[in-house]
Design a protein around this ligand. Structure first.
Ligand SMILES: NC(=O)c1ccc[n+]([C@@H]2O[C@H](COP(=O)([O-])OP(=O)(O)OC[C@H]3O[C@@H](n4cnc5c(N)ncnc54)[C@H](O)[C@@H]3O)[C@@H](O)[C@H]2O)c1
Length: 341
């Protein structure tokens, strides 16, 4: 049985909390024992809802040891791992502190604000011989796993082209509005668009260069709208777009269209449809659980069985940050083709 401490129960932290409650009820060998959040109102169930339907219930916090100070929790609790759902600007610091205290770490995406911080996190995991995984949930999201399988097995032939999109209303729920402060979140390009950047990196590896057109709409929030072309030596055509300024009743949406030599995949309105060139289109049978549930199960399984983190190794999550850094540079230069280092 692994003992866990959850750090940050804002929007995403509550999504993780729901999954710990579920996993425990299913008899999975993981037990949430402590929760830390700087804002004590959260322990009175005073929450601001986010853009997807997670963590919306009322919780019984009397079951957990509650802390408003991270150092105090790390000092007092004997935990196997911590699950970090803090704002991005705190990821590196909190991860390194927990690793240095001998705990494994599951940390929300994006890994950190920049690749230098990512390197420090990886070094801390290595020197303490502890596991570190960044919760890139799409790597355990059934519809995205399906593309990965098609790319690797070439079931529909070679990959030709892909378009990846996510977008929605401006996030207005975050603690002290950190999400809309460029220096704390990196803006939409680092916070939200990174899901598709990481998917592209996971599927195809680092591109040699990127060309990004992006714009700022909300004062001080960095790039809010982004469109990137990913350049690979073999000529694959890949584009990803994000826009978190879609107001009104737009809500939130994620989708992709991927084309192979002998068929294409369309993911829209939460449904994946496969269109082979020959024969009828079909909707594949996929696991029903979301990536949030499956990523925790995967991480716990790696810890319990001392398996390496192969689905989302931290070195790969760092590469994803390096791609975004090149995208920001390209956007700063009006779309100039920029090498990915
Ligand atoms: N995987 C996904 O789909 C997904 C979706 C949304 C957010 N996220 C990520 O999750 C992380 C958190 O985002 P969020 O939307 O939940 O933000 P949030 O502002 O809703 O939650 C952050 C929480 O951290 C707490 N906090 C802030 N400073 C603290 C400190 N020093 N010590 C302890 N607690 C502190 C806040 O009180 C708040 O409850 C971010 O990295 C974000 O990118 C991931």
């Amino acid at each position: 049985m692994l003992k866990v401490g959850l750090i940050g129960i804002g929007f995403m932290g509550r999504g993780h909390l729901d999954n710990y409650i579920r996993l425990e009820s299913e008899g999975f060998p993981v037990k949430l024992v402590a929760i830390c959040d700087i804002d004590p109102a959260k322990f009175e169930n005073k929450f601001v809802p986010g853009n997807i339907d997670v963590g919306t219930r009322k919780y019984d916090f009397s079951k957990y040891k509650l802390y408003t100070n991270l150092d105090e929790m790390l000092e007092k609790e004997k935990l196997d791992y911590v699950d970090i759902c803090l704002p991005t600007y705190l990821h590196a610091e909190a991860t390194i502190k927990a690793l240095d205290r001998g705990m494994h770490v599951l940390c929300e995406k994006p890994m950190a604000l920049n690749s230098k911080e990512c390197t420090e996190m990886i070094e801390a995991a290595k020197r303490n011989n502890k596991k570190l995984m960044i919760a890139h949930c799409l790597r355990l999201w059934p519809e995205y796993e399906y593309i990965k399988e098609c790319v690797e097995t070439e079931r529909f032939g070679k990959f030709l082209e892909g378009y990846f999109y996510r977008g929605g209303g401006t996030p207005k729920w975050s603690y002290e509005n950190w999400l809309l402060k460029k220096e704390k979140s990196g803006g939409c390009i680092l916070d939200q668009h990174i899901h598709d950047v990481d998917t592209i990196n996971w599927l195809f590896g680092k591109p040699s260069a990127v060309s990004t057109i992006a714009r700022n709409v909300i004062p001080g929030s960095g790039y809010d709208i982004v469109s990137t072309n990913y350049i690979y030596p073999d000529g694959k055509v890949i584009n990803a777009q994000d826009d978190w300024t879609l107001q009104g009743d737009y809500g939130f949406e994620m989708l992709f269209r991927v084309n192979f030599e002998r068929g294409n995949l369309i993911f829209q309105n939460g449904v994946l449809k496969v269109n082979p060139n020959e024969g009828k289109s079909f909707i594949p049978e996929l696991p029903k659980e979301m990536g949030y549930y499956r990523e925790i199960k995967y991480f716990v399984d790696c810890l319990l069985n001392d398996k390496p983190i192969t689905v989302a190794p931290p070195e790969s999550s760092k590469e994803t940050i390096e791609i975004v850094e090149a995208e920001i540079k390209s956007a700063d230069n009006k779309g100039q083709v920029t090498p990915v280092l």
